[in-house]
Design a binder for this molecule. Sequence first.
Ligand SMILES: CC(C)(COP(=O)(O)OP(=O)(O)OC[C@H]1O[C@@H](n2cnc3c(N)ncnc32)[C@H](O)[C@@H]1OP(=O)(O)O)[C@@H](O)C(=O)NCCC(=O)NCCS
Length: 168
Amino acid sequence: MKASKTPRESQVDDYVYKIFPNDLNSQGTAFGGTITALLDRIALVVAERHSNKVCVTVSIDAVHFLSAAKKGDNLIIKAKINRAWTSSMEIGLRVSAENAFSGEIKHILSAYFTFVALDESGKPTKVPLLTPETTDEMRRYEEADHRRSRRIKASKEQEEFRKSFRAC
Ligand SMILES: CC(C)(COP(=O)(O)OP(=O)(O)OC[C@H]1O[C@@H](n2cnc3c(N)ncnc32)[C@H](O)[C@@H]1OP(=O)(O)O)[C@@H](O)C(=O)NCCC(=O)NCCS
């Protein structure tokens, strides 16, 4: 296993997905669940390329639908690893919707997915560290640590909350 890798080695650039009628909600715009499932798969590819291990999704956060995608739009998805810790990795995704006829491009969604790499027995296992190269990658690398602290704090608080209910 390499000790460290760059974001470039695992990134997915401009994955294109055409919105067809079976991707729509009852409002006639792209169904959020379809987009989220697609992002989970693309982020998984990044996590598995970085770790060279089987990975599972442990957390999805900051999924903000900023604008609606419509029938016939092309979704353009970029996915990149922001940081790797011991067994976990944060993957950032950005989705734009392109109107193929007018050429208009809208930013419709950004999200962070956290994956954990597993060994043969299904236990968390070490992943290569990340070496950011560009200024943007360095900024995302620093920000990712703050988000990780928030996620772990929120997850612990949730667990305490559940326990307090069970104790009642
Ligand atoms: C992912 C899983 C194996 C982790 O097991 P665990 O016993 O919590 O393991 P640990 O406590 O050692 O945590 C492992 C890593 O996950 C991270 N983690 C755990 N819960 C997290 C959360 N809510 N958010 C972000 N990271 C989290 C830990 O910080 C740790 O990261 P590190 O090794 O880089 O420091 C386990 O929670 C699991 O199997 N979850 C279900 C996964 C799944 O089915 N996903 C959907 C289908 S893919």
